[in-house]
Design a protein around this ligand. Sequence first.
Ligand SMILES: Cc1ncc(COP(=O)(O)O)c(C=O)c1O
Length: 442
Amino acid sequence: MTKIPGNVFPRRLDKPLPVASKADGLWIVDSQGNRYLDASGGPILVNVGHGREEIARAIYDQVLQCDYVHGTMFTTPAVENLAQALAAHAPPGIDRFYFLSGGGEAVETAIKLARQIHLENGRPQRVRLISRWKSYHGLSLGALAATGRTTFRVPFAPMLSEVVHIPPPYCLRCSYGLIYPQCKLRCALALDETIQNLGPDTVTAFLAETVSGATIAGVPAPPDYFTLIREICDNYHVLLILDEVLCGFGRTGRWFASEHYDVVPDMVTMGKGLGGGAAALSAVGVQGRHFDAICNGSGGFVHGGTFSHHSVAAAAGLAVVRIFEREQLVERVARLGEILGQKLSARLENHPHVADIRGLGFLWGVEFVKDKGTLQPFPRSEKFIERLWQNIFHLGVVLYRATGLAGIDGDALVIGPPYVVEEEHLDLMVEAIVKGLERTVG
Ligand SMILES: Cc1ncc(COP(=O)(O)O)c(C=O)c1O
């Protein structure tokens, strides 16, 4: 057993972590003076780069102006202005924003809000949620119940509330063994079937990541998937919650990933880079008509939290939105994202252990297999992705990794750089993957 010094209960227990002493722009420097290119913005979070002065000033000014007031007692200009700024970019009709601190918290808020919207509309029998296998929505018990990543669920399965999962649109490993488009979107039709099986009057909402992120590594749905999903939801008065905690807020080269599919959700969650990495900030955006239903209902939204609607976090969020607008970062992601995809394909496509390269904007996944012909994954016991990740880390590039793409097995890297990278940094990332692979599999 490795002895971990200090009093922190750390995230990694197998070895002491390097100490980060500075993060600036695209680079993290550790206490030994090693420099790392942050090619995944931590867990696909840093979007405007580390250490932005404008965010620091916004936070500083807000602390001096009005650091904390309780969300049931006051509102603040910071919170009001951020909501207004988000409404200008959100999917059509989404014009109310409930602010929280973490992505999982936003997901749980949306799940509760869906129930409450049905209650206010006289449908008290609606309690059930449908989500997807191989999804990621967070690790707190409510969000974990919705999450479809087997390894995260198993230890806590007996404690999880009931959420019904359907297969994701993951064409490489289609749960039905079908091929798009001949499949006629069997995985979307599974929603219809499941709603019918459960009883249409019992279902509150369908929850899905618009682009699958942390579990199966940057898999965009087929182009017509969400059109069919929206139709099915409408047919049964089931609300559509799109989880854009990871794929929203510019990450895919659009303000919201739903724009790629021309789909309008009832609710959208966001988090991660919303506070630029400097503040813990997440939000649920909801259609104005649902907000009106809650206002006209009996008791308001029975929800909250000490740190909800936090003025300092909101000030950071507003500074991030203004940086996006001024530096046209979303457009930049769309442009450079295509180049990143081309570079990944050019250098990795023919590698015998690379099964697939997919993505949108600055959210790309590279999936690795033991056998390219059969797509047989490396057994989990080989810890392929951990070894590859470590080799790339030693080369001074930080990426994000995913496992569980094929049951418990399956390995992928997620590449999600800050939006302010230059083309030369994209080359550095891709070459580090190539070199890291050489060191891992020869
Ligand atoms: C789609 C999605 N939803 C929710 C979450 C949970 O966010 P947090 O870790 O901030 O609770 C994540 C985190 O990766 C995510 O990718």
